[in-house]
Design a protein around this ligand. Structure first.
Ligand code: UD1
Length: 456
């Protein structure tokens, strides 16, 4: 297992601009995300959170939408895009390299146009920075008939193979070999529809094959497909681009291939993981937040345990109101599962919240093999967590104390920030660049609702 791509990088560099001027672009972003290894977040615990936070568009939907824009030579416009996220910028660089014009504007708009594909090669140097860039494979193959994409490798939360992606594309007629660390795929006559039954649920493999199947000849059936809201959002955007897709949100998706896709405009679904993260923050600090432009229906399996733990959660029009009704959250067990089960991307934050619970909580991780890296760091802050195999037992403690901590992945990092919001004294979270991969303006959003937090 290698540490790196999606969750860690071994080199941190300033981003170069991914934007290119187009007639429609309102305001182009400068490469303003300049985080170095030395940047830290300092949190002083003690303040309850009160106020409003605007929830951003879902990172895990936007990344797929950006790849899907490779499927057409028309311009595709997305709104509610978290343009400040490092992952969005990184993928923008990969897509620019392939020939796409990527214009990101500070009002959350992305205008993408792959009028021609300049190269079908996505090199290691670009792919290694972000694992999800392997999702250019299916669209390149479907539109261009060939693709060479660097293997993304493992990452800090597990080996993360992509065998299901490759087997699925082979079943659709692609000729695939692995040479010198690259996936080399060809389908000179185009892809053909196939019946693909996944042995277990994979979000990435479902995304990859859904995109590829839109331009394949005939029908593709994906069985045991992932049902995540981001996949539904991706499918809906593809339908607006002219794709014929049925069964989104169920475990059987049927796609009738079409000759070509065209441009569209699509508003990206709210980030349910960002939503859940701020809910857990309230569980720790108390207070009340209005989470703007997001929906409880995106998080079925998170709402129930949060309510059992003592939070009140209410949909109010386009917003969610969340508050903690009791002085302490109650110990509550959870187990991660594919959607609509409890999301693995919320496990670390839920665990941070359980550190101060009344009683104990058993947290079981079933999706990734190595996703408890926040445990030793939380324990350094005074938590009482013991890992046994796939499960962690969290016994509630009276208080957490600030410490210097470091995490090696995105969700683990944010869990440490949450713990810092209630810890006595100062918590210094190192390797801030993880957070900037997936949480837009987290420091501004939290300080805007009363947290004592700053980036130095
Ligand atoms: C996506 C999300 C990630 C989330 C995860 C699970 C994006 C960009 N990332 O990741 O935030 O944590 O879903 O909800 O959307 N697997 C294989 N072979 C494959 C593919 C996957 O063995 O070909 C395994 C993985 O190692 C893992 C499990 O299947 O153990 C689920 O992975 P998958 O659902 O594919 O996750 P990602 O799409 O990588």
């Amino acid at each position: 297992m290698r540490a790196d791509p999606e969750n860690t990088w071994d080199s941190v560099e300033s981003l170069s601009p991914v934007s290119e001027k187009t007639a429609e672009t309102i305001e182009l972003l400068q490469p303003d995300v300049k985080t170095s290894e030395l940047d830290k977040i300092i949190v002083r615990g003690g303040n309850p959170l009160r106020g409003e936070i605007k929830i951003s568009g879902a990172k895990n939907a936007v990344l797929k939408h950006m790849c899907a824009a490779l499927l057409t030579d028309d311009a595709v416009t997305f709104t509610n895009v978290p343009v400040g996220l490092r992952d969005v910028r990184f993928l923008g660089q990969v897509l620019s390299h392939l020939g796409m014009t990527v214009a990101l504007s500070s009002d959350g708009k992305a205008i993408l146009r792959a009028q021609t594909i300049k190269t079908h090669i996505a090199p290691y140097d670009l792919v290694r920075k972000m694992r999800a860039s392997v999702l250019v494979l299916g669209p390149l193959l479907a539109r261009h008939g060939q693709a060479e994409v660097s293997l993304p490798g493992g990452c800090s939360i597990g080996g993360r193979p992509i065998d299901l992606h490759l087997k699925g594309l082979e079943a659709m007629g692609a000729d695939i070999s692995i040479e010198s660390g690259y996936i080399k795929a060809k389908a000179p006559q185009g892809l053909t529809g196939a019946l693909i039954e996944f042995p277990f649920v994979s979000v990435g493999a479902t995304d990859q094959l859904l995109m590829a199947a839109t331009l394949a000849k005939g029908e593709t059936i994906l069985r045991n497909a992932a049902r995540e809201p981001e996949i539904v959002d991706q499918g809906n955007a593809l339908i607006k681009m002219g794709a014929q897709i049925e069964g989104l949100g169920t475990s059987e998706i049927r796609i009738q291939g079409v000759e070509r896709l065209h441009g569209t405009t699509h508003d990206v679904v709210a980030d349910r993981i960002e939503t859940g993260t701020y809910m857990c923050a309230v569980g720790l600090t108390g207070g009340e937040l209005r989470l703007k432009k997001t929906q409880t229906s995106l998080l079925p399996a998170l709402i129930a345990p949060l309510v059992r733990a003592g939070l009140t959660i209410e949909q109010d029009g386009q917003d969610i109101l969340v508050a903690r009704s009791a002085p302490l959250v109650r110990g509550t067990d959870i187990m991660t599962e594919p959607h609509p089960g409890f999301p693995t991307d919320m496990q670390a934050q839920f665990m941070a919240m359980m550190c101060l619970c009344d009683g104990a909580s058993m947290i079981t991780e079933t999706i990734f093999e190595n996703r408890f890296m926040h445990v030793p760091e939380l324990n350094r802050m005074g938590a009482n967590i013991r890992v046994q195999g796939q499960s962690a037992i969290v016994r509630g403690v009276k208080k957490l104390t600030g410490a210097e901590v470091m995490a090696t992945d995105l969700r683990a990092s944010v869990a440490l920030v949450l713990a810092g919001l209630v810890a006595e004294g100062t918590t210094t979270v190192n390797r801030v660049y993880h957070l900037e991969r997936g949480y837009e303006n987290i420091v501004q959003k939290l300080s805007g609702v009363g947290a004592m937090i700053e980036k130095i």
